[in-house]
Write a protein that binds this ligand. Structure first.
Ligand code: ZN
Length: 248
């Protein structure tokens, strides 16, 4: 039996599936893997959360970088991998998509917000760090690029930041708790496009295994947890998942 047939059989036989996605699912949409060699985080020093909070110059630098790289993100469209997962969610077979990505492409592929658990936040909008009021990037960009104004919350004067989790920023508690619950409740856990090196996120596959779920890893390159998996496919995600689930 081919690996694709085995994956299809595991998906068909599962009662409750959870997906765990990383940069690899979105590189096929043209979004670079920021952590890979040559990726943007190897060119720039990362801006740590405390520095962002304490230094206006760091906030300016963060917004400059954001708008310098924003075009790629804005142009990206969901690919066959995203669409395959969206179909499994729609069929009621996949209870949640836990993602390390900040690009919002799972939601854009039709998955309701309530089914996407974003461990590293979302870079397609901003929020006030004090009162969580949401702000769209376009108005921030106009004020920043046009007039050099940093965004300040209209409601509480708080600092506004993209809704991502920065280096040195606490993991989002509610998202982490939901991810833990979903991981413990599933009987099939599928990792797609994550090299499983960034903790604590990379701990979820082990939790799933400990609770008796089957573990599948679909990733272009080998991962540290391949030995723990019931099935490993070293391949591009879109072509595999579209065949397994039957989407274009
Ligand atoms: Zn506010």
């Amino acid at each position: 039996m081919s690996e694709i047939d085995r994956l299809r059989e595991m998906i068909d036989g599962a009662r409750r599936i959870v997906a765990f996605t990383g940069a690899g699912i979105s590189t096929e949409s043209g979004i670079p893997d920021f952590r890979s060699p040559g990726g943007i985080w190897t060119k720039y020093q990362p801006i740590y959360f405390d520095d962002f909070m304490s230094s206006e110059e760091m906030r300016r630098e963060a917004w400059r970088r954001k708008f310098a790289t924003d075009e790629t993100m804005a142009r990206a469209e969901p690919n066959a991998g995203h669409r395959a997962l969206a179909k499994l969610v729609e069929q009621g077979r996949m209870s949640a998509i836990i993602t390390q990505n900040v690009d919002g492409l799972h939601q854009r592929s039709g998955v309701p917000d309530s089914k996407v658990i974003e461990l590293h936040g979302n870079s397609t909008y901003a929020t006030c760090l004090d009162c969580t009021q949401r702000y769209e990037l376009e108005s921030i960009k106009q004020a920043f690029v046009g007039e050099g104004r940093l965004p300040i919350c209209e409601k509480c004067d708080g600092i506004v930041k993209t809704a991502t989790i920065s280096f040195g920023q606490a993991m989002p508690e509610i998202a982490m708790a939901r991810a833990q619950d979903e991981t413990m409740a599933c009987d099939l856990f599928i990792v797609l496009g994550s090299s499983l090196v960034v903790y604590p996120a990379a701990g979820f596959p082990r939790v799933a295994k400990r609770k008796g779920a089957k573990l599948v890893i679909v990733n272009r390159d080998p991962t540290d947890q391949d030995d723990d998996a019931d099935l490993v496919l070293h391949a591009e995600i879109g072509p595999i998942m579209s065949r397994v689930v039957g989407v274009n």
